[in-house]
Design a protein around this ligand. Structure first.
Ligand SMILES: NC(=O)c1ccc[n+]([C@@H]2O[C@H](COP(=O)([O-])OP(=O)(O)OC[C@H]3O[C@@H](n4cnc5c(N)ncnc54)[C@H](OP(=O)(O)O)[C@@H]3O)[C@@H](O)[C@H]2O)c1
Length: 288
């Protein structure tokens, strides 16, 4: 096991060791994840600061921008440090209105994998999540054709490991009958805990659970109980929310998003906040 000064230590995704405190790059594109950022150099600085902090897990997608975020990652960090692992997603395109129409037919998936390789400047993608459902959340339905296509691309050596995003527990089981998965990336945070059962089931299998919107996403987490615990600990609500996730289960990996170096540093420090059993009991009630 590698050591890290970042809170939470490390986790192994298949054969890849990553810091449990990672970085979600979605916020680097323009407003509503469309177009370039207002501050190009600022975006590069955030990515470089992430690596300087010791973060070895960056989450992205070629749909961010589209293409913009991956190209920023390449510009800031290529050639990539050996320890850094970039996790991407396929399965949705962007429309001119900023929507995320599904694109899970075999041809679209092959094209998306190639676009990620090209824009990130890689020969092999470390981990590709198949994004299911829609903007409202997971939706029931077979993933066999789509996931089978990614398993084929993995067999061709273009992808090291596979995962799912926005998935139901039934889809997780269906995928696992086709090929191993190393992570599930679904919406989950202190206040939104629909996946409590899935988090625990995956922990039992040694599969990572990567919550997206760990800080509430486009609408920051707000709760009087969260504010009360944060005030008592003289910490920010963001720090408390991240520290709670790290303590929730050892298979939880954090990918909080930010477009600010100061927030990135704040979050990396804040996630190390120690929470007493009483604090945690109070926080547990928020999503209960
Ligand atoms: N699989 C999927 O379908 C899916 C969907 C959504 C997201 N994701 C992934 O999950 C990652 C995390 O989600 P997210 O970035 O949307 O939401 P998030 O991490 O819950 O929250 C990000 C928001 O919090 C703000 N923030 C972060 N740190 C802060 C701090 N210390 N103080 C004040 N504000 C702070 C950011 O603004 P500033 O920029 O001003 O810091 C940003 O608006 C994404 O980056 C993406 O990689 C995946």
């Amino acid at each position: 096991m590698e050591t890290t000064a970042l809170p939470g230590g490390t986790w192994t995704l298949g054969d890849l060791t990553v810091t449990r405190f990672g970085y979600g790059a979605m916020q680097l594109a323009g407003p509503w994840v469309m177009g370039p950022p207002a501050d190009h150099d600022g975006a590069l600085a955030v990515l470089r600061a992430a690596v300087e902090l010791g973060i070895t897990h960056i989450d992205t997608s070629d749909a961010y921008g589209p293409h913009i975020t991956n190209r920023l990652i390449r510009e800031a960090l290529h050639p990539y440090p050996g320890a850094l692992h970039i996790v991407t997603k396929v399965g949705a395109n962007r429309d001119p209105q900023g929507g995320w129409p599904p694109a899970r037919d075999p041809q679209s998936l092959r094209r998306a994998v190639q676009a990620n390789l090209d824009n990130l400047g890689l020969e092999v993608l470390d981990l590709v999540n198949l994004r299911l459902g829609n903007a409202e959340g997971p939706r029931a339905g077979s993933l066999a054709e789509a996931f089978g296509t990614l398993a084929e691309l993995q067999g061709q050596g273009l992808i090291r490991h596979l995962g799912l995003s926005n998935a139901t527990p039934e889809q997780v089981a269906e995928a696992q009958a086709i090929a191993p998965i190393v992570c599930v990336q679904n919406m989950y945070n202190l206040a939104y805990r629909h996946d409590d059962g899935l988090v625990d089931a995956l922990a039992g299998q040694g599969v990572a659970y990567v919550p997206f919107f760990p800080l509430g996403g486009f609408s920051p987490l707000q709760s009087s109980a969260l504010s009360a615990v944060a005030a008592r600990l003289e910490a920010t609500p963001m720090a408390v929310a991240l520290a709670w996730l790290l303590r929730r289960s050892p298979n939880i990996l954090l990918i909080p998003g930010t477009s600010s170096v100061a927030h990135l540093r704040e979050n990396a420090a804040g996630a190390g906040l120690s929470l007493s059993d009483d604090d945690r009991a109070e926080l547990d009630k928020i999503g209960g």
